[in-house]
Design a protein around this ligand. Structure first.
Ligand SMILES: [Zn+2]
Length: 485
């Protein structure tokens, strides 16, 4: 396991009426005391089942009284413990019909690996739920509404509960995580983009329900922990929050839209790299000359510029970030600015905050790649061998910088491309206007060009006209190659 799950312990308690929280930090589990046995919503992780059982007993109930296990969806953290729990209780299991494949072991999509585990809890559910089904036990009838997106079979639950005087509607959205709706997740798992629309449609179907007791299937959804503490202190109605339901669900739609926007933004940078093909590498040019240099490069047709961090530490990361910001502000997207020689996650953050759009590294560092994608930037790690290139690609790289390429020549790129045609390579190190076409013809997507354009002598001499000319020479080569195709 990634983390010791004992950290997941949360003191169980009454939520409202006949509803109790017995779950853990990784995932919520609720029980409803129906008078004729317990309904349990989500079994949680197998690794935390002992905590859930302990919690049930702590509240004076017994797992033997669980008659119904309702699962919001088939992921490991919601249905992983069901198999073991059934052995202890003989309860009947219910899950949305389209998550059948997820829990019966037909398809390894339970996300168990995220929790550092292997899914071994395959079971055959007793009842496959469809939209509008009602599950009744004792005094409680749970309406099941299909709200797919997070998974195909995600079900949301609604039922009435009472404090002895008045009846209130309790509700739980069965899966609000947008983690399964990102470009990366959808493409890697071959899932349809339509899932995003389903997610939004599902929320729109239920957000106007007058839910007064808002239940979360993760504690952060409804601040379960804080509310349980308030209940423990004697506040009866801590979970009575009629406005929270709709606000929370609308926020979820917003969250998905932000993700989509960020991906469009990334796509924009990717498209620009694919089209322009030349990234000019700026190393060690002081901020006094930087804008003049960048303007000359821009006038010469350059549209992508990389400011490198200084691994020697002579120039601070903050100073490089302020250069990136100055250029990004100045060019306002007409020329895209990124960072090079990025070796740390902190440098990725600095670049993002400065308005940089892409992250280039000399090496394949998983943490840097992950951080880059998390912040919505384009990832271009460096690799030399096929193993490094594949590792970079699998970690989420958008392009792989084949570096240093000079000593190997274009033949090396050609050979490496043969089995790895799905990876987009940029050739960096020793590329010049004369050999660019050669690399393009064997499949290079683009180049990093350093001192040939960012020529220190010319910069020192303020000869920006010459810099513009050499930029033009490079851009011309791309044009010639494109026209020759
Ligand atoms: Zn899930």
């Amino acid at each position: 396991m990634k983390k010791h799950l004992y950290d997941g312990f949360i003191k169980p308690g009454k939520v409202f009426g006949n509803i109790y929280f017995v779950g853990t930090r990784p995932a919520s589990t609720h029980i409803i005391d129906t008078g004729e046995g317990l309904i349990l919503i989500d079994s949680g992780l197998p690794e935390t089942l002992w905590i859930v059982l302990d919690n049930i007993r702590e509240l004076g109930f017994s797992e033997k009284d669980i008659k119904v296990i309702l699962m919001s969806h088939g992921h490991y953290d919601h249905a992983g413990a069901t198999l073991d729990l059934v052995k202890l209780t003989c309860a009947k299991t219910y899950i949305g019909k389209d998550d059948f494949k997820m829990v019966n072991g037909q398809e390894d999509t339970s996300l168990a690996e995220i929790f550092g585990a292997k899914y071994t809890g395959a079971f055959t559910p007793d009842v496959l739920l469809s939209d509008g089904d009602i599950v009744t036990l004792g005094n409680t009838s749970v309406l099941c509404v299909s709200t797919p997106g997070h998974t195909d079979g995600t079900m949301s639950f609604f039922f009435n509960t009472t404090d002895g005087e008045k009846s209130y509607l309790a509700g739980m959205h069965g899966g609000v995580g947008t983690n399964t709706l990102t470009l990366d997740f959808l493409t890697k798992n071959g899932l349809p983009f339509e899932n995003r629309k389903k997610y939004i449609d599902g929320i729109n179907r239920i957000k106007d329900k007058k839910v007064e007791i808002f239940l979360g299937n993760h504690v952060k959804n409804n601040n379960t922990v804080e509310k349980l503490q308030r209940v423990a202190k004697g506040e009866k109605n801590a979970f009575l929050a009629p406005k929270e339901w709709k606000a929370f669900l609308e926020e979820r739609i917003k969250n998905l839209r932000i993700i989509i926007e960020r991906e469009d933004f990334m796509q924009n940078t990717i498209d620009m790299i694919l089209k322009e093909k030349i990234i000019v590498i700026v190393r060690g040019i002081g901020s006094d000359k930087l804008l003049d240099f960048a303007t000359a490069a821009y006038n010469g047709g350059i549209r992508l510029l990389e400011c490198t961090f200084d691994a020697t530490g002579n120039t601070s990361d903050e100073e490089i970030a302020s250069n990136i910001k100055m250029l990004a502000d100045h060019f306002e997207g007409k020329m895209l600015i990124g960072a090079g020689t990025v070796l740390t996650e902190k440098q990725v953050e600095l670049t993002k905050n400065a308005g940089g759009k892409f992250i280039i590294s000399p090496d394949t560092n998983k943490e840097v790649i992950t951080k880059t994608k998390e912040l919505g930037l384009v990832s271009i790690p460096g690799a030399f061998t096929p193993s490094e290139a594949v590792a970079a690609h699998n970690a989420g790289a958008d392009f792989v910088k084949l570096f240093p390429i000079t000593s190997m020549g274009s033949r090396y790129l050609k050979d490496i491309k043969a089995p790895l045609s799905h990876i987009r390579f940029l050739a960096v190190g020793g590329i010049n206007a004369d050999n660019m076409a050669e690399f393009l013809s064997v499949g290079a997507c683009g180049f990093g060009i350093g001192s040939d354009i960012a020529n220190k002598k010319l910069i020192e001499a303020n000869n920006f006209a010459a810099i513009e000319e050499s930029a033009k020479r490079y851009v011309k080569q791309i044009e010639i190659f494109e026209n020759s195709k």
